[in-house]
Design a protein around this ligand. Structure first.
Ligand code: CA
Length: 735
């Protein structure tokens, strides 16, 4: 992009002429060069030339970005096309124009069409990557973005909010695009209604591929939002049709519908945690969608709130979620609700849907001292309901006499109060395919950009053998690529440097080998970006670490941002982390997030601090640091303690975690009078089963919000069987 402004003509106009275009190196005989940008088919290869071309553009012009990587390109595409002759901005070759670094695209004006671009390797410095407006006053109308990719273009700081796509104005189309891997706060795509010119917008959002959105770990991980509570009583009239939502699991709302009169039709929601949530606004239609949970955890269907909502002819399949993430959730409302709380369900029509292998249909969900307004004037008819196993999926949390149940078929008897609306049939004929519901993945997005696989990030790419010695790990890992497996021979690996890791790698002992790792810095591994680490068969000693506070074998760093981390410790033996008063094995810094920490068959001896320290988010914003922590078949001895500290504060209901599961493990000589075995604040789900404890204070568990479940059984305390080993305090009802 260092060449001077220059344009090359393609095809359409060959009569003009003439004159060379220095430095393009691209001048086939059938092209004329050096002409103005006012006609079709100009190839642009600098931002300055682009600006000139846009200024001169007339209806019917086509501005073509040259193939290559454009860095920090702040695109403003403003113009006035006409219905029959739009102004186009296209890639020279679809997929070969890459916008990287701090790039963004703004459209403003009338009848503009953008296609073929790829945003990756960077993030937007603005509020949006693609915005259908130039500024608050200058919006885009009758315009279209198509055949475009945004891949991993996430702000490296998780808490920095932005949108990848912001729709403003009216009659805009966003179709056949591929949006995958957003990790920072803010919806992937949002339709904004914040000025009158953006309301009753008739936008069409269709045939897009929404790729995996990992767990965000607080509110703000929606894939899709229409409106906000403030404008929710305004009609948006947006059509969302034939999109594929693939593992969109950022938070409890896959889609947050916060406006009226929208249509969700023919979309597939695949293995996505949460629901299409009709959070605010009235009169939305949800039909012919496929919600296929593929039995993945927390997969749900539709959550209904407000008036005049219609849910018909949808297929709900293999959905495991319950409560806020049920296959169908009818919420209780708040009487005279403020605009940002829960309006009563009134005049809902739920008709002709198939529920096949769903764990939960929740009626009157959220019923509590505040949410007392039960659904009214509503109908549930001609639906087919098959639960999981021989169970009915229905739960009633309040009086459901405001919903008329009729002509439904179910595989198991529905609960008292609604049973008369169902015919129980042993053998229910279902359609042989889900054809007619949702859409196939391959019919969405673009054909020229691969859709993400579901392989484990630790799946071996290269195997690299290492022999012991000083700084062998830091040297080898400096060039690590995603999926590398480093295989360690017996001997001492002594490290004098920090290892900063931004990709997933595995370090494992060679067969029968006994490698030992020691390190001189306060940490050995700093996970950054999407850094992930699997350790297997290693011994780690803290004996060489400095005598200071806050040491941690594995920690996190936001140097290259904070993505989603993974950590696996298998058959790892960690000893002598006791050179100071607070040595940890794993310590998350504020803003870091682990999808999973899995510990299995490992031993921890003489550790002076909190072994797994996941508690720096003390702002009570509902943010936390680890979605799943699992420890099994492991042994902890002489620990300063606690073994685990997890903190998730605030009363927000947007997340499913944190989860903590501890089983078949041994705990001996843990902490003191002021350090319980574990401190679990605000966890949503957990278990403590089959453990042996000697010389430890009970777990300190504080339940703060949501509907937390913590299961304890089959534990043994100093020779005596004991089913509970926790002091539980419940703050849920405290305001
Ligand atoms: Ca949300």
């Amino acid at each position: 992009m260092k060449r001077p402004p220059c344009m090359i003509w393609i095809a359409a106009v060959v009569t003009l002429a003439l004159g060379g275009c220095e430095g393009t190196g691209f001048n086939p005989p059938w092209q004329a060069v050096g002409a103005s940008a006012t006609e079709r088919g100009v190839v642009i290869d600098t931002p300055a030339a682009f600006e000139t071309a846009v200024e001169a553009a007339k209806p019917g012009d086509r501005i073509i970005l040259a193939d290559g990587v454009w860095t920090d390109f702040d695109i403003l595409f403003e113009g006035e096309g006409t219905e029959g002759a739009p102004i186009e901005l296209a890639a020279q070759t679809p997929g070969q124009v890459v916008l990287s670094g701090q790039s963004s695209l703004r459209l403003a004006g009338q009848h503009l069409v953008v296609s073929g671009l790829v945003f990756r390797d960077g993030y937007t410095p603005r509020n949006e990557v693609i915005s259908f407006r130039k500024d608050a006053e200058t919006l885009a109308f009758n315009s279209r973005v198509t055949n475009t990719v945004i891949d991993g273009y996430s702000n490296p700081v998780r808490s920095q909010r932005d949108l990848w796509v912001g729709l403003y104005g009216r009659n805009n189309v966003f179709d056949f695009n591929h949006l995958s891997g957003k990790q920072n706060a803010g919806p992937t795509l949002a339709v904004r209604l914040n000025t009158e010119e953006s309301q009753q917008n008739n936008h069409r959002i269709a045939n897009n591929y929404f790729g995996p959105r990992p767990v965000f770990g607080s509110n703000g991980g929606e894939t899709f939002r229409i409106g906000t509570s403030h404008f929710s009583l305004t009609e948006s009239l947006t059509v969302v049709e034939n999109n594929f939502f693939d593992r969109c699991s950022g938070e409890v709302e896959i889609v947050s519908n916060k406006s009226g009169g929208n249509v969700f039709r023919g979309n597939t929601f695949y293995a996505s945690r949460g629901t299409l949530t009709l959070r605010h606004g009235n009169g939305t239609l949800v039909e012919n969608n496929l919600f296929d949970g593929a039995d993945a955890p927390y997969t749900g269907g539709v959550r209904v709130i407000n008036g005049d909502q219609t849910i018909r002819n949808n297929y709900f399949k293999d959905l495991t979620g319950n409560r806020f993430s049920g296959a169908l959730v009818i919420m209780n409302g708040v009487p005279n609700s403020p605009i940002n709380r829960y309006h009563q369900v009134d005049n809902a029509l739920i008709e002709g849907n198939i529920f096949d292998g769903v764990a939960a249909i929740e009626l009157g969900e959220g019923s509590d001292a505040e949410r007392t307004a039960v659904p009214v004037n509503s109908v549930f008819r001609q639906n087919t309901v098959i639960g999981q196993g021989d169970q009915t999926p229905f739960s009633l949390y309040d009086d459901m006499s405001g919903i008329a149940f009729s002509e439904n078929t179910a595989s198991a008897r529905a609960p008292e109060g609604i049973a008369s609306g169902f015919e129980v049939a042993g053998d229910i004929a279902l359609p042989s395919t889900v054809e007619g519901y949702g859409i196939e993945r391959e019919e969405t997005g673009v054909s020229w950009y691969p859709k993400p696989s579901d392989a484990s990030p630790f799946e071996q790419a290269r195997e690299i053998a290492l022999a012991p010695g000083p700084d062998v790990l830091s040297t080898a890992l400096a060039d690590a690529q995603a999926g590398d497996h480093f295989v360690l021979a017996s001997g001492r690996y002594h490290e004098s440097k920090l290892v900063t890791l931004g990709v997933p790698v595995t370090l494992r002992a060679a067969n029968g080998a006994e490698p030992v790792i020691s390190f001189e810095r306060p940490s050995l591994f700093l996970l950054t970006g999407n850094g992930a680490l699997a350790l297997e068969g290693l011994r780690v000693t803290g004996e060489a670490a400095p005598d200071g506070k806050g040491n941690s074998f594995i920690s996190t760093s936001s140097v290259e941002g904070s993505g989603n981390h993974l950590l696996e410790l298998k058959d790892v033996h960690i000893v002598d982390f006791d050179v100071n008063g607070g040595f940890s094995v794993v310590s998350a810094q504020k803003g870091a997030f682990f999808d999973r920490i899995d510990v299995e068959g490992s031993r921890f001896e003489d550790i002076s601090g909190t072994v797994f320290k996941l508690d720096p988010e003390t702002d009570d914003y509902g943010i936390y640091n680890s979605e799943f922590l699992s420890i099994k078949d492991s042994k902890f001895e002489r620990i300063g303690g606690p073994v685990v500290s997890v903190y998730r504060g605030g009363r927000d209901e947007s997340t499913f975690g944190p989860h903590v599961d501890i089983s078949r493990s041994e705990f001996r000589d843990i902490g003191g009078a002021d350090a319980p075995l574990m401190v679990l604040h605000g966890i949503q789900k957990g278990s403590f089963t089959g453990n042996v404890i000697a010389g430890a204070e009970p777990l300190a568990i504080t339940l703060t919000t949501g509907l937390p479940v913590f299961r304890q059984m089959d534990n043994t305390v100093e020779g005596a069987a004991q089913d509970t080993f926790a002091a539980v305090s419940d703050l849920r009802n405290r305001k």
